[in-house]
Design a protein around this ligand. Structure first.
Ligand SMILES: [Cu+2]
Length: 327
């Protein structure tokens, strides 16, 4: 019996270690059915989080298995039947030093990569793109202060709008798909300044695949950064219990090529400029003309992203098909 338990222990360790490393099987940018580990890593911080998570998991599993085996051994070897006269020993210097020093060494081994990871998360590299995210009850606004300060609201799509997108072959997951995605260029450092409506409550701006998660506090600015390494869509949800529609204020970040980002941001900036011109225009006809121009530019920006979206979802489908073929 004991031998069987001891023999099955390595198998258990292997199984649990596989669970620990299962983040490699998880989807990228959104949760997948039956997912065990973290969402796929798509930024340097997220990659480090995965490494740390797997490392700590292995330590946890090893300790749990060691304690389990020790308990099984004690129950077998020192029960009343097999050990009727118990020893009276109370102290063992070597053992006492060992059970003090070994846990300290384990904690130090965990602390070093942990502090290294914290330092990576909170030392901000020079930003290529800055975004200001503001949490409202219950939606987000996203602004690009260095690019003419254009901004838009990000709200969750209802089922009817999702069906429309799905009919066009554009994936739109429930409770995650949004009307206006945050657009960022691939392989560029993105700094996100996060805050919340001064009259509102605390929210939390999160994208798991980027390892970004920071509270949005009214009247304060907090910061997170990421450098997306792959193109595609990355979803996150408000991660601070904020009230009635807490579960329905997702965030969608679409990572596109540098050229697509430049074209999109140019159209958005021009639209914002046209809107400002219209507001300052006294002449009614000219104002209407400016507003029409703004609408056209916004439509153009939307089309640029739609094109990129179609290409990305097509690419993903092709990749899936070739993966299925090679199996
Ligand atoms: Cu919230």
């Amino acid at each position: 019996m004991l031998r069987r338990i001891v023999c099955s222990a390595p198998a258990a360790v292997l199984l649990l270690a596989l669970f620990a490393a299962s983040s490699a099987w998880a989807g990228m940018g959104q949760p997948t059915p039956g997912q065990m580990g973290l969402q796929g890593a798509a930024s340097p911080v997220s990659t480090e989080i995965h490494t740390f998570y797997n490392f700590v998991n292995i330590i946890i599993v090893a300790i749990a298995v060691f304690v389990l085996l020790l308990m099984v051994y004690v129950m077998y070897r020192f029960n009343e039947r097999s050990n009727p006269t118990p020893s009276r020993t109370t102290h063992n210097t070597l053992l006492e030093v060992a059970w003090t020093v070994i846990p300290i060494l384990i904690l130090v081994a965990i602390a070093i990569p942990s502090f290294r990871l914290l330092h990576l998360q909170y030392s901000y590299p020079k930003a290529d793109v800055t975004i200001k995210a503001t949490g409202y009850t219950w939606y987000w606004t996203h602004a690009y202060p260095d690019l003419g300060d254009f901004s838009f609201e990000t709200r969750m799509l209802d089922d009817a709008s999702r069906e429309e997108l799905i009919a066009e072959n554009i994936p739109a997951p429930r409770n995650l798909a949004v009307d206006n995605e945050v657009i960022v260029p691939v392989n560029k450092v993105v700094n996100v300044l996060v805050t919340a409506d001064p009259d509102g409550v605390i929210h939390d701006w999160t994208i798991p695949s980027f390892g970004s998660k920071v509270d949005a506090v009214p009247g304060r600015v907090t910061t997170t950064w990421f450098k997306p390494t792959v193109e595609g869509i990355f979803y996150g949800q408000c991660s601070e219990l904020c009230g009635k529609d807490h579960a329905f204020m997702p965030i969608g970040v679409r990572v596109v090529s540098e050229e697509t980002f430049a074209a999109w941001s140019e159209a958005m900036q021009a639209a914002k400029a046209a809107g400002t011109d219209a507001r300052n225009e006294k002449d009614k006809t000219k104002r209407r003309e400016k507003l029409r121009e703004k609408k056209k530019l916004l439509k153009k920006a939307k089309e640029i992203i739609q094109e990129a979206t179609l290409q990305q979802s097509g690419n993903r489908k092709l990749a899936e098909a070739s993966a299925a073929k090679s199996q």
